[in-house]
Design a protein around this ligand. Structure first.
Ligand SMILES: [Zn+2]
Length: 329
């Protein structure tokens, strides 16, 4: 990592990221309904003849989808290239602010402009040293100002890696995982997965699960209110709402409840085809895992499996399931 003259970075402030961008769809009821279902938001304001769109959907109307954007300026890429070249190769999303001067309604036609609002001086954080970059997008509906979306990232040179996955927020973890995946893609040798597996997001709600894995115990939460076992780990019971819980250690016996065989897309660190299974544990909960000890095309629903711990990338372990039973590690 080398220090870049701050004037050179500051020169990007005010430069366009997107000019006269246009939403790919009008604001529409199906996207609103899907969003509300995904978020579990039953607010009646988002339904019926006078429906408005959930304000937090603002960015959704401006997204390029899988086919991407055609209206991006080169300034953002250029700034990223400059920072990459100086060794600030990692990126993490830090925060987002939105303002909603006017509600969006089905039929509104979305246009937007985005600029690089600010580039910070060099800062050192727990993740590493780098620069915060804020972009500001002004969203219009039928030409009227309808929202402002500010999005901040840290473009940084990673501090030395810890041997264990550090605690971090979900948003930061996902972005970092995506970034690690991209980095791994670039370094992958043909035919063999040399990339590192994506790391789990460890937070206050699931730290106990990963602590159990470290000592080769698969821990299941049990509700203190109604006694229902649950997995994955959650802060409360979805049956009775109780925040009280304790854990039981799974015996490790299970069966394949369902599975898919993954062919495409090929992710670095994985070597397709491989089977991804939903395992039903003897305790009654289900978890997504890998089935080992059997070719991918021999995995079957109902197949008995037994827990093992698989060492990955030489430094951390994952619970996986061996076909036909075996001895828990
Ligand atoms: Zn409960």
């Amino acid at each position: 990592m080398r220090e870049l003259p701050y004037d050179r970075l500051k020169a990007y402030e005010g430069q366009p990221v997107a000019t006269a961008g246009a939403g790919k769809d009008l604001v529409n009821e199906p996207m609103i309904r899907h969003w509300c279902e995904a978020m579990g938001d039953a607010n009646p304001a988002y339904r019926g003849p006078d429906a408005i769109a959930p304000p937090t959907m603002l960015q959704a109307w401006t997204m390029g989808g899988l086919s991407g954007h055609t209206d991006r300026s080169g300034a953002y890429d250029e700034l990223f290239g400059l920072l990459d070249g100086a060794g600030y190769t990692s990126v993490v999303a830090t925060d987002c602010e939105q303002e909603y001067p006017r509600p969006l309604r089905p039929g509104d036609r979305i246009t937007f402009d985005a600029v690089i609002e600010s580039v910070s001086e060099r800062k050192t954080t727990k993740l590493g040293t780098g620069h915060f970059i804020t972009t500001r997008m002004e969203v219009r509906a039928d030409g009227e100002p309808a929202g402002t979306h500010r999005f901040r990232i840290l473009k940084y040179a990673p501090a030395a890696r810890m041997t264990k996955a550090p605690e971090r927020t979900a948003a930061a973890g996902e972005t970092e995982a995506a970034e690690e995946t991209e980095a791994a893609e670039r370094s992958k040798a043909p035919g063999q997965p040399e990339a590192r597996r994506p790391r789990p997001v460890i937070n206050r709600d699931n730290a106990g699960f990963w602590a159990g894995v470290e000592t080769h115990r698969l821990l299941i939460q049990v509700c203190g209110g109604c006694g229902t076992p649950r997995f994955p780990w959650l802060p409360g019971c979805r049956g009775c709402g109780s925040p009280e819980w304790h854990t039981v250690e799974a015996t490790g016996a299970g069966t394949v409840y369902s599975y898919v065989v993954m062919h495409h897309p090929p992710f670095p660190a994985f070597d397709p085809p491989y089977a991804v299974a939903l395992i039903e544990l003897a305790e009654g909960v289900r978890m997504v895992s890998n089935v080992i000890g059997v070719p991918y095309d021999k995995v079957r629903i109902g197949m008995p499996v037994q827990l093992e711990f698989l060492r990955v990338d030489g430094e951390w372990e994952l619970p996986v399931f061996r076909a036909g039973g075996g001895v828990a590690g």
